[in-house]
Design a protein around this ligand. Structure first.
Ligand SMILES: [Zn+2]
Length: 249
């Protein structure tokens, strides 16, 4: 038993005592706010009556309560009641347990949104890549160090172009042009589908679409997903530890 746990001493008047915090479940939905921070949607959670005070709460603390006769039972409370009843002199650990649970919920929602967008991107890319590609046109070199200039039409009078120099393989330049052609077609579909901006939750995310012009959405999303998955793992490990240490006796 650790020090913080030993400090958990106060009993309810009727002798009931919380001996374990089984879980803290944040039932609210999250969305990306205008400032890029992920925030809970007010009222989106599952409102449940606290077993102790009867007030509604959306973050459910599932606790094990032991009565004066030693009988244990599971109850669900709001955070305020659970913390009061847990009778913690040093509430730090219990607070971190709750905040770890809440961050996990938030990160899971965030991760799911990025993954859904990534999936959608991949689907669109697959469809685009199955369509036929216009012929690559060959033009006289535009600079003296080029052998020729290659152009591929992406829209009305719009071309993607590149020159082949003596040091380059023409097949590499052609492959690169086709891949840039696909990127531009994918971008067209996404722009149309998301009507000018990518929307996650209630908020439009024009900045996400803006990123498409600089780097591929796929890379951008993957680079958001990787660190998020790592922090999520860390939080889960932390929560696991906290939950173990929040068991008394
Ligand atoms: Zn309560």
């Amino acid at each position: 038993m650790n020090k913080a746990t030993q400090l958990l001493v106060l009993l309810e008047e009727n002798g009931d005592e919380i001996v374990a915090i089984e879980s803290v479940v944040d039932t609210r939905d999250y969305e990306e706010g205008p400032d890029d921070k992920w925030v809970p949607i007010p009222g989106s959670g599952d409102k449940r009556c606290c077993d102790r005070c009867g007030r509604n709460h959306e973050i459910h603390w599932q606790v094990t309560v032991k009565d004066s006769g030693g009988k244990k039972e599971s109850r669900v409370m709001g955070g305020g009641c659970a913390q009061q009843m847990y009778a913690v002199i040093d509430t730090k650990e219990v607070k971190s347990l709750a905040s770890a649970s809440i961050s996990i919920k938030k990160m899971e929602t965030q991760l799911a949104a990025y993954k859904a967008l990534l999936d959608d991107y991949k689907k669109i890319k697959n469809t685009v890549e199955r369509q036929s590609v216009p012929d690559i046109e060959e033009h006289p070199p535009e600079f003296s160090n080029l052998i020729k200039t290659l152009k591929i039409k992406v829209g009305q009078d719009k071309y993607i172009q590149d020159g082949v120099s003596k040091s380059q393989k023409e097949s590499d330049v052609r492959r690169d042009l086709v891949s840039r052609y696909h990127d531009s077609k994918v971008l067209d579909v996404i722009k149309q589908k998301y009507s000018g901006s990518i929307r996650i939750g209630r908020f439009k995310k024009p900045q996400l679409l803006g990123l498409l012009f600089n780097s591929s959405l796929e890379n951008r999303l993957v680079s958001n997903i990787k660190p998020l998955e790592r922090s999520l793992d860390k939080q889960r490990t932390k929560l696991d530890k906290l939950q173990k240490s929040a068991v008394k006796g």
